[in-house]
Design a protein around this ligand. Structure first.
Ligand code: BDR
Ligand code: CA
Length: 315
């Protein structure tokens, strides 16, 4: 059983990753923390509460709100054409009775790391601001958690905000640099693999024929929200009836790293140079000592297997 905190900016692909984790018997979601990105941190928390109600996973999942802006105070309005005005493709889910916690995301992360004594995995699906803030408050955090799996970055594929940078890393490049160089056992799941893995309309639309009755509300939500995401992929990439699988792939690899291949890297993130902001800089020179300064970068993934996993937990 994996004990996971999901730190996200609950947009469409985040929501599929959240549902995947909540429906999965190999994962216990210890809590969900939200930050700015696809929408505001507050709206992301609202979406998250509604998704928890929808998933009806049978245990309590606390939600804490985090950063509304980057470490240096930058904030960009959410791109409506990607995730809709509410972040989840304008789908109106029923309101939840559950309220958000009083403590901020970073305090929640530190508290759970202490409670779970080396058994906590943090899966980040948005900017790394909340984790950086937790790190500033508790520099021992990398030695208290089991690992961090982050959706973000690119090495060989073009970026999706600039030619060199991916959105989650670019959105708070200072925080990203702080986190990748902090000494966490960290895995980055970037565009090199997420843009090679697709969910198709055909597979999602066939789900309601096979899923049990109690999973129908989740399946219907996925069909509607992904419908919005398919349109964005058609308008911007010419992809017909399919979308890439950014955040769900990070969640699947957190659950089972064996379906991926990896490289160890010493990585930093550029933040001072505006043109290359958010670019991942690597140092692959040989060093005879391992000093906790390397992270794993996912270079290849079994996409068929990943897609089957998404479909199978919903059935
Ligand atoms: C990342 O940016 C967001 O739009 C997605 O939710 C994903 O986390 C992909 O670059
Ligand atoms: Ca995200």
């Amino acid at each position: 059983m994996k004990h996971i905190i999901i730190d996200c900016d609950t947009g469409i692909d985040d929501s599929i990753a959240i549902l995947y984790a909540l429906k999965n018997r190999n994962i216990h979601v210890e809590g969900i923390t939200t930050g700015f990105g696809n929408t505001s941190a507050k709206q992301a928390a609202e979406n998250t509460l509604r998704l928890i109600k929808l998933a009806n996973c049978g245990y309590e999942v606390p939600v804490a709100i985090g950063a509304e802006q980057s470490l240096n105070g930058e904030w960009e309005p959410a791109p409506v054409h990607i995730h809709g005005a509410n972040g989840i493709g304008n789908v109106e889910l029923p309101k939840a009775e559950q309220k958000v916690l009083d403590e901020p995301a970073w305090d929640f992360i530190i508290r759970k790391a202490d409670e779970l004594q080396g058994n906590l995995t943090i899966v980040t699906l948005g900017r790394l601001t909340n984790l950086a803030k937790a790190l500033i408050k508790d520099p021992r955090l990398p030695y208290k958690v089991k690992n961090v799996v982050a959706m973000g970055g690119t090495l060989r594929k073009p970026g999706n905000v600039t030619p060199y940078a991916e959105a989650n890393i670019y959105g708070d490049a200072e925080a990203s640099d702080m986190v990748v160089s902090a000494g966490f056992h960290m895995m980055l799941v970037g565009l090199d693999v997420t843009t090679e893995t697709f969910i198709t309309a055909e597979s999602i639309n066939s789900l309601d024929r096979y899923c049990p009755k109690e999973s129908l509300p989740v399946v219907n939500y996925m069909q509607s929200a992904l419908g919005y995401y398919f349109k964005f992929h058609y308008d911007t990439m010419g992809s017909v009836d399919r979308c890439v699988v950014h955040d769900p792939l990070a969640m699947i690899l957190a659950e089972d790293p064996s379906i991926g291949e990896y490289r160890f890297l010493r990585a930093r993130v550029e933040y001072a140079n505006t043109e290359y902001r958010g670019m991942i800089k690597t140092d692959e020179r040989f060093k005879s000592e391992y000093k906790h300064d390397e992270i794993l970068y996912c270079t290849k993934v079994n996409s068929d297997c990943a897609l089957r996993r998404i479909l199978s937990v919903m059935q």
